[in-house]
Design a protein around this ligand. Structure first.
Ligand code: HEC
Ligand code: HEC
Length: 278
């Protein structure tokens, strides 16, 4: 029975090594990640987020459409990408689905205080100080009235990140050219093709929720994504970074099963030989 004991000890060592040491090493290497704050506790909640969508559309056309389009509702931006890059060094995003992506209180506060909301003092959109709180409520109501409810991770990533980040392996090119972004943000935003592999899920959620959590002082703006939108983006980034993971994991189970069966057979065979010798 000595062999069986040795086998058991080996199995225990392997399991302790895998489930004990690996997560431990991880926590040492990656440190603590700040919890995402999806309520955006620092954002004042006094600006209304409801109102009259029809009035909101008029206000949008008068105050926002010079820079932003709403493709879904047939609103084209007043300036083309080149003009926008010349003025802002970044192309303002289309806002067709922003109501489904961004927290409504964040959005309301953002419209009047973009630099503060994004925690980027150089954020290129000027504060819309001319709007009353009621106006903002109407605009938010309008943007929520046209939103698509069941966006997938890819759609959200393109809308929320696509003006700055490329995802080369998915053939997605950042809307704004690299040199303009470098000029604007101090560096070229990294390609997101394998970001899901390079960073932990917890880190990505925390970073997207508030980039200052991961890189204090960074120029990537806080975008105000909802919990659902953030999780969909991270799931998408994770999936595209390693498209064959599910396949590989499924294979792993078979390999383990094979090893167990082989160990059993070897053991039985050895016992048989020794029985004859005794
Ligand atoms: C003078 C041009 C200009 C006007 C007018 C303007 N914006 Fe923007 N907006 C921008 C630019 C530029 C950005 C992108 C900046 C960046 O990504 O760093 C932006 C970004 C945004 C975003 C994205 C924020 C996020 O979290 O991703 C929203 C939402 C937005 N604007 C809403 C509005 C609304 C609503 C109005 C009208 C009340 C408006 N903007 C008016 C230039 C403008
Ligand atoms: C206005 C441009 C802009 C937008 C929009 C933007 N980013 Fe970034 N992002 C940056 C910049 C600039 C950096 C580099 C930051 C640094 O190194 O300080 C960055 C860095 C990152 C990193 C690397 C973090 C690290 O620890 O190295 C990740 C991940 C990331 N962005 C994800 C996203 C996702 C996901 C979105 C959309 C939900 C997004 N970004 C939207 C500009 C942007």
């Amino acid at each position: 029975m000595k062999e069986l004991k040795i086998l058991l000890i080996l199995v225990v060592i392997v399991l302790v090594g895998y489930w004990g040491i690996e997560p431990y090493a991880h926590s040492v290497m990656h440190g603590e990640v700040k919890h995402p704050d999806y309520e955006y506790k620092d954002i004042p909640k006094n600006i209304p987020t409801t109102g009259d969508p029809a009035k909101g559309k008029e206000l949008f056309t008068a105050n926002c459409a010079s820079c932003h389009g709403v493709k879904k509702d047939g609103i084209n931006p007043g300036m083309d990408a080149n003009a926008a890059i010349a003025s802002f060094k970044v192309v303002p995003p289309d806002l067709s689905n922003i109501g489904a992506i961004v927290d409504e209180h964040f959005l309301a506060y953002f419209i009047k205080n973009p630099q503060d909301a994004t925690k980027n003092p150089k954020f290129a959109m000027p504060p819309m100080a001319q709007l009353s709180d009621e106006d903002v409520g109407n605009i938010v109501a309008y943007l929520k009235s046209i939103e698509k409810k069941d966006l997938d991770g890819k759609e959200i990533t393109i809308e929320a990140c696509g003006r700055c980040h490329s995802i080369k392996y998915q053939k997605i090119e950042a809307v704004t050219p690299k040199d303009a972004l470098k000029d604007y943000l101090g560096k070229v935003p990294p390609d997101l093709s394998v970001m899901g592999k390079a960073k932990e899920i917890e880190y990505l959620e925390s970073f997207i929720n508030n980039p200052q959590n991961g890189l204090p002082g960074t120029s990537m703006p806080r975008l105000g994504l909802t919990k659902e939108a953030t999780e969909k983006v991270v799931t998408y980034l994770d999936k595209i970074a390693d498209p064959h993971r599910d396949q590989r994991n499924a294979l792993g189970v078979w390999v383990l099963g094979y090893l167990v069966v082989m160990a059993g057979l070897t053991f039985a065979w050895k016992k048989k030989i020794w029985k004859n010798l005794h």
